[in-house]
Design a protein around this ligand. Sequence first.
Ligand code: 5GP
Ligand code: MN
Length: 345
Amino acid sequence: MHALFALTITFMKPIKEALSLLQSPRKIFITTHHKPDGDAIGSMLGLANYLTQKAHQVTAVAPSELPDFLCWMPGVSELLNYEAESKLCDRALAEAEIIFCVDFNDFSRTKHLTTQLENSTLPKILIDHHLLPKDVWDYGISQPEKSSTCEMVYDFINLSGDNEMIDTSIAACLYAGVLTDTGSFRFPCTTASTHLMCADLLSKGLNHSQIHEQIFDSWSQKRMQFLGYVLLEKMQLIPDYHAGLIALSREDVKAFGVTTGDTEGLVNYPLSIQGIRFSTLITERGDEVRMSFRSKGNFDVSSFAREYFNGGGHFNAAGGKSLLSFKETIARFNQILSDIHPANF
Ligand code: 5GP
Ligand code: MN
């Protein structure tokens, strides 16, 4: 096909046009990305709690298990984990009438649900804030400038005219995602609208300090010791590139009995060092080598992840994977850095 024809794109319809689909009770399937984080689970459960209140029959499916620090969230006991309950999840999808996808913009980010989502003929609705969405949704909203998908779910509830339906359960879920995706309100994506939303949630009875404690101050002793080990033994700095690198092998992770979520946030530590503006975490996990990237300022880690590590994400926070072995991945990462002029970091 001629390149010009290949460029013909049909964009998804605005999310407000999907509201008419929700006027009578529906069977709704909601999902998010593999290895879900606070914003993924918060937006999924915030939306699930809201739609359930609206008399819809909702099934929320996480493609893989949750980290312990998110297991307090209202609605978590009804949440299905695809890796543990695939048959129940498949049945819910087969019976569903509408699909919501939150906090990802490419079906492959769900890992196990990729083919089912591709083949499904149900109306699919996207709510997401990652860069460069795939054009595979019927309705939706993509706003990379937003702090979090949770803030977008809050906007969606308001767009539906249902602000008064936000109870402390919905508020807790949405606040958790905003808190985690903004790095406790310190990243540049935090805006006046983010704070106005939080003010509204507080006025509805949100217990913000309890949520902070559940997410950030509920570590196991092992996790804290693992952090000490990582910072002392595993963190390397590459000053010419203003870069920090942490590479964790399967053995490193095994030695401390690290569980899902225990590596969360490690990638941010090098950025707390003066002069470091780019940080990378390489983790050998199962049969995969996962990459996490963070930056401060104007180095676009989403493009870096897309170009070199089959990934993507946001300008200052992105992820990807390597198809090489753990050792080869470290060597390739160092090679990529040395091929780029340090002034570009
Ligand atoms: P994390 O480093 O916390 O896993 O991910 C950082 C950000 O990048 C998150 O917003 C996450 O959704 C996104 N991300 C992580 N891994 C991938 C990936 O493999 N592909 C894409 N497109 N985005 C990713
Ligand atoms: Mn997010």
